[in-house]
Design a protein around this ligand. Structure first.
Ligand code: ATP
Ligand code: MG
Length: 649
């Protein structure tokens, strides 16, 4: 892995909320006395009734996780009401449409009214505390209103990404027995309409066959496109909110009352219905948002995720709004109308903090520097990355070209399950190493163990566990606590197992090496997929790479590489040889690729992550049963890969 170190930038240190000394101090306190540390930081949100108990958590036996358990609060109150006096007229949400000529600014006062009205609509139609509401929306402000309105009345939301099919939507409606759906007529992405209401209608029919009857569908008119209509069941959003009062008292919620259910991305198998609760989640989301992004009052903050993913929950909606921030919400895609779109939006709204995913960075990198360089990006102060390991090559490009070497990159490692960021640099405190998520956030205790569960000390390579709870941790798999215990706490007894492989270097920095299930074992040498992929991506011709193992007579496992070339390049046998030589040079002969398949695109989840489990099947020439493919973004990609596989038996 890259040995380069970037010291903390002087500009990032100046006025930073946390410098290195503070980080080390607070971190030590947070581990030595978590009760005391979180008793103090739990107060960053407002409580109707203060907590007296702080931490009551066990990773043993039945696994019970409770934070601030006797405290009473409300999430929408914390994200809206408490800001009104000071910043009622400040912009809460900047909405940037798919169409670059469409945008909108929503102040905290306006947010209050919209959320209260919608909360009253939900109540009017019988939605009560504890009921599950499915939100299947494009990236429009109403998606945030819907989430916040649920929290206002204590309903549990389940946001389903607007790119999912009727089947996937139905599965999620059925899983949590949701009887109220909020959607829109259509969504708009990259200039193309997406039939959300029609998908919803189909999903409701499927759900009915599983005996879950959706009672109402509330429909936002986004495009005016034609949709089916079930009178009595379907309701127009604009009509409904016009007929209710613009204020609604926030429900008193116990800290451990459920807040939302969210399904994981499905990279490694069937998605899990992750349940988060009220108090601890909000404390953790807001605290990480403030310190990881060094958020100062007045900063314009943009996270490009979709609200259908946990990143959208914690770092578009809840974290920023709890902090009284201005958060930008983008309806579109990175390459529409051009590959300069992200940078154009940054210039248009003077964005200071920008948070995106490696998949987007790699895609934009392959379009060259010019589309970036023709924009100013002067407002940028901090860059962030999340979702997959960021290859050092992509990191450098993000830092040098996008950030003009002025903005530290926070490479944030976390999961749907963790609620918020667990391992990350802090801009004013942490020297950066490209490709490393660096150090744990306050209160987070990572541990590396070998396959037998023995603890590895110092510089080591192993399986990443977290040995004590943090407030943002998931509480259960919805309706299946057994699966919760089995998935996360039974591999290594008494520890939360992340499923990720990780290396700790001599400076105590953490490097995520990929999913443990994907670890390669070549002639007895264990290797993370990230390492080989990064070596490939560091070659000039390679835009993206995915590496998997396949059974090999001599080595145990052979290395099979799927390689996407930069736009306009052709894969030749000569290039294959060159790439093999390149990887041998970068890592060593042990990492020598056995097969290289040039692939126009890679199979990804709808959240943009490479699905290696599918690639492994193809590499093994065993693609009869690909497993759960419901979260696959583009099934056609798989057919192409199968047709051109390099390992026919
Ligand atoms: P599923 O759990 O259904 O297989 P998933 O793990 O992709 O899907 P998410 O919760 O969206 O679902 O993703 C969390 C995972 O993403 C982490 O376990 C890790 O593998 C990867 N990840 C996230 N951020 C980073 C990062 N900064 N560096 C490396 N890996 C990351
Ligand atoms: Mg996962």
């Amino acid at each position: 892995m890259s040995e380069k170190v970037y010291p903390v930038l002087a500009s990032a240190k100046k006025d930073a909320l946390i410098d290195n000394e503070t980080y080390l101090n607070w971190y030590k306190q947070s581990i030595k006395d978590p009760e005391k540390f979180w008793a103090k930081h739990g107060k960053r949100i407002d409580w109707f009734k203060p907590y007296t108990k702080v931490k009551n958590t066990s990773f043993e036996g039945k696994v019970a996780i409770k934070w601030f358990e006797d405290g009473v609060t409300n999430v929408s109150y914390n994200c809206i009401d408490r800001h009104l006096k000071k910043r009622g007229d400040q912009v809460a949400i900047i909405w940037e449409g798919d169409n670059p000529y469409l945008d909108k600014k929503i102040t905290y006062n306006e947010l209050y009214e919209q959320v209260c009205r919608l909360a009253n609509v939900l109540k009017k139609h019988g939605v009560k505390k504890g009921d599950r509401v499915t939100i299947y929306m494009p990236m429009i402000p109403e998606a945030s209103y819907a989430m916040l309105a649920c929290t206002r009345i204590g309903a549990i939301h389940s946001v389903v990404f607007g790119g999912f099919s009727p089947d996937a939507l139905a599965g999620r409606i059925v899983d949590c027995e949701s009887t109220f759906v909020i959607t829109s007529d259509e969504g708009m992405r990259g200039g193309k309409p997406i039939p959300l209401k029609d998908n919803t209608d189909k999903a409701i029919d499927i759900a009915a066959r599983h005996h879950v009857m959706v009672k109402n569908v509330l429909v936002v008119r986004r495009t005016g496109g034609k949709t089916g209509w079930a009178p009595g069941r379907d309701l127009w959003y604009h009509e409904e909110i016009a007929s209710v009062k613009p204020e609604c008292k926030p429900e008193k919620m116990k800290a451990e009352d459920p807040l939302f259910i969210l399904y994981t991305s499905g990279s490694t198998g069937k998605p899990k219905g992750v349940l988060h609760t009220t108090g601890g989640y909000l404390v953790y989301a807001s605290m990480t948002h403030q310190y990881v992004f060094d958020y100062h009052d007045g900063d314009i903050y943009w996270c490009t995720a979709d609200v259908g993913w946990v990143t959208g929950h914690s770092y578009i909606v809840y974290g920023p709004l709890a902090n009284g921030a201005t958060t930008l919400m983008f309806e579109g895609v990175p390459n529409y109308p051009s590959v300069s779109r992200f940078w154009d939006v940054i210039d248009k709204h003077k964005v200071n903090i920008f948070y995106t995913a490696p998949t987007a960075i790699r895609a934009l990198m392959s379009a060259g520097d010019e589309p970036v360089k023709k924009t100013s990006r002067k407002s940028l102060r901090i860059l962030g990355s999340v979702g997959e390991p960021i290859n050092p090559e992509a990191w450098e490009w993000y830092y040098q070209v996008v950030g003009d070497k002025r903005s530290p990159i926070v490479d944030t490692w976390w999961q749907t399950e963790t609620g918020g960021i667990l391992i990350t640099p802090l801009p004013g405190a942490t020297a950066l190493k490209p490709g490393s998520a660096t150090r744990p956030f306050f209160g987070v205790q990572p541990q590396l163990v070998d396959n037998e569960g023995d603890v590895l000390e110092g510089a080591a390579d192993g399986n990443l566990c977290i040995i004590d709870s943090w407030p943002g941790q998931m509480r259960t798999v919805y309706g299946d606590h057994k699966r919760f215990i089995e998935t996360y706490f039974s591999t290594y007894k008494g520890k939360y197992f992340t499923g990720d492989g990780c290396r700790r270097d001599k400076d105590g920095y953490y490097w995520i090496t990929g999913r443990v299930d994907d670890v390669l074992n070549v002639s007895g040498h264990r290797m993370g997929t990230a390492e080989v992929e990064s070596a490939l991506v560091s070659h000039d011709t390679v835009s993206e790479a995915a590496v998997v193992g396949y059974p090999h007579d001599l080595k145990g496992q052979g290395i099979y590489c799927y390689v996407t070339l930069m736009a306009g390049l052709d894969g030749t046998d000569e290039l294959r040889k060159e790439l093999v030589t390149h990887v041998r040079k970068e890592i060593g002969p042990i990492a020598s690729p056995d097969k290289i398949q040039f692939a126009p695109s890679l199979p990804k989840t709808r959240s943009g992550k490479i699905m290696r489990r599918i690639l492994r099947k193809i590499a093994e020439d065993d693609f009869g049963a690909l497993g759960d493919t419901s979260t696959l973004a583009d099934p056609a990609v798989v057919d192409d890969l199968i047709a051109n596989r390099q390992n026919r038996k």
